[in-house]
Design a protein around this ligand. Structure first.
Ligand code: E4P
Length: 224
């Protein structure tokens, strides 16, 4: 499973990229608003950090508006993927953009039917929102697993991005289901690194090492 980061914060992206685990980035208007900076400038900075698909979302609701925005965003760099909501206008926009060679990430997917329509329209990516389904007492993992099954049934090459991830267990479950990509907030990535036994193990190694140094009278800590 490829890992994308779900943020418009350039410092978070730079840090996660330094770990060598990032294959792409997803942003949305809410994430962009948190940064309080010009969206185009933020996207250009992200492109310098991560060499992979960078999703940038349109805010128009009509086809002409979406296409006009998409063209401006796509002109920034070849790695920009246009995030379009699954609506009637969104589908028409996706059909048009994919015909022009511009990749679309169909977003706000909450059902298998929406996922099939996204693929039919030519979306390169489809983003089911797991956490938001869990929030209304539905199971996001059921949608994810059904989407994987249906796309496999018909050899659909639209890639699934597990989105709206809220905790590490979402990531593990998505990987077990076999999804192509998970887009993960930085805080969740940090939690994925941690394990109490790792911390305990490091503390024990350091304590034992100090004991050894004092036993052999090596106060300088030299190893050679
Ligand atoms: C990513 O593509 C989505 O926009 C994002 O994961 C939504 O997450 P949220 O439901 O936590 O806002």
């Amino acid at each position: 499973m490829k890992i994308f980061i779900d943020t418009a914060n350039v410092d978070e992206i730079r840090e996660a990229a330094s770990w060598g685990i990032l294959s792409g980035v997803t942003t949305n208007p809410t994430l962009a608003a948190r940064e309080n900076r010009d969206y185009g400038i933020v996207l250009k900075e992200i492109i310098e950090i991560v060499d992979g698909p960078i999703s940038a979302e349109v805010i128009s609701l009509d086809k002409d508006g979406m296409i006009a925005e998409a063209k401006k965003l796509a002109a920034i760099h070849k790695n920009i993927v246009i995030k379009v909501p699954i609506t009637e206008a969104g589908l028409a926009t996706t059909k048009y953009l994919s015909g022009q060679g511009i990749k679309v990430n169909m977003t706000l997917v909450f059902s298998v039917n929406q996922a099939m329509l996204a693929a039919g329209a030519g979306a390169a990516f489809a983003s089911p929102f797991l956490g938001r389904l869990d929030d209304i007492n539905e199971d996001g993992m059921v949608l994810l697993s059904n989407m994987v099954k249906v796309y496999n049934n018909y050899d659909i090459d639209t890639q699934i991005i597990a989105a709206s991830i809220r905790h590490p267990q979402h990531v593990t479950s998505a990987a077990l289901i076999g999804v192509d990509i998970a887009t993960i907030p930085f805080k969740v990535l940090q939690k994925m690194v941690k394990h109490p036994l790792t911390d305990k193990g490091i503390a024990q190694f350091l304590a034992d090492w100090k004991k050894l140094q004092s036993a052999i009278g090596n106060s300088a800590g030299n190893t050679v």
